[in-house]
Design a protein around this ligand. Structure first.
Ligand code: 8YV
Length: 341
């Protein structure tokens, strides 16, 4: 006998094909307004439902978890990072959490590379100049000179899936690969990249021309790139961030760019809870900073594959199997799952 359809709440609009498939497989309630739901909306919307399909814009903290209807058993995050979810509180409440890793690795790495090139090669500035001036005096040997990327030292912070994919691309562009990571990667990864592992983060930062952040946001990685550390980076070096804004001290970054210590930054993620910092926008206008709007994984292909991964996680879970992309709290892998009261 076929089991009953899972009842799911999807907090944001997803690609049409994914919504259609979810509509066939599950009793699906999508937040058609596609604006961030309040905690009250989420609690009310989940009444009688089994699964919350969340995204980065939903703050699933311990207070919200405590209020979730008892019918809810799975939080299936549409995304790789789960820093918006209190995974510990979810686990203590007997909830399973899943995510969608792997499928956005390549696109995110592409964007890191785009940003890394955009700054020294003055990509945005070149376009803006043409659009703003509506005319062009033409080529000259000294106009729009940037800086060569080949031969520079790239410091990858977090050599996981995305960090490694960035290193592979960067190596092809002739960058020298350095990395700091919780664990040293095996020779099969290091050797083709000719990558140098630095067990000491500060020592690596002092040696590189570019620092690119690829670590998840956790309690340990909050402001990992502190103001002090950015001060210790080489004069003229720059920072790339396609991960989470909280990994770096944003005011400290802006200070270091404004006073010329750092040459700039290329950021796909930045603090914007109370509006984008006017200093950041001023630096972007002055072409010292390149800003993109959290777009690193924003390809239709990635979004569809993320949606498919959410579906697979829900199906496996509802069928009584271990979902393929279960997320456990840091360091708790051996703790048994608490029963849902
Ligand atoms: C996504 C991301 O766009 O998956 C992640 O962790 O940072 C992004 O690339 C977004 O988070 C989806 O929820």
């Amino acid at each position: 006998m076929r089991s009953q359809k899972a009842k799911i709440l999807v907090t944001r609009r997803l690609p049409d094909t994914i919504e259609a498939r979810m509509g066939t497989l599950f009793e699906t309630d999508v937040n058609d307004a596609d604006v961030t739901l309040t905690a009250d909306d989420i609690v009310a919307g989940l009444e009688g439902k089994d699964v919350l399909v969340s995204s980065i814009t939903d703050k699933i903290d311990a207070a919200l978890i405590a209020r979730l209807p008892k019918s809810v058993r799975l939080i299936a995050q549409f995304g790789n990072g789960v820093d918006n979810i209190d995974v510990e509180a979810a686990r203590a409440a007997g909830l399973t959490v899943t995510n969608t890793p792997s499928v956005l690795t390549e696109d995110t790495a592409d964007m890191a590379m785009v940003l890394m090139l955009a700054l020294p090669r003055r990509l945005v500035e070149g376009t803006q100049m043409l659009v703003r001036d509506r005319q062009w005096a033409g080529w000259s040997p000294t106009s729009m000179l940037g800086h060569r990327l080949r031969g520079k030292a790239l410091g990858i912070v977090g050599m996981g899936r995305i960090g490694t994919a960035v290193a592979q691309r960067a190596r092809a562009f002739g960058l020298n690969i350095h990395y700091f990571s919780r664990n040293r990667r095996p020779p099969a990864i290091e050797e083709p990249l000719e990558a140098t592992y630095w067990p000491d983060f500060d020592a690596m930062l002092e040696a590189v021309d570019i620092a690119s952040l690829h670590t998840p946001l956790t309690r340990e990685t909050y402001h990992l790139l502190s103001a002090d550390r950015m001060r210790r980076m080489k004069r003229g070096s720059f920072v790339v961030n396609v991960s989470r804004p909280e990994l770096l001290d944003e005011p400290g970054l802006l200070d270091a760019i404004e006073d010329g210590h750092l040459s700039g930054a290329a950021l796909d993620v930045f603090e914007h809870r109370s509006g984008i910092d006017p200093r950041l926008l001023a630096l972007a206008e002055a072409n010292r900073v390149v800003l993109t709007a959290h777009m690193a994984s924003a390809t239709l292909e990635a979004r569809v594959e993320m949606g498919e991964t959410v579906i697979v996680n829900i199906r496996a879970f509802m069928d009584g199997h271990q979902p393929p992309h279960r997320v456990l709290p840091e360091g708790s892998h051996k703790t048994p799952l608490a029963p849902r009261p």
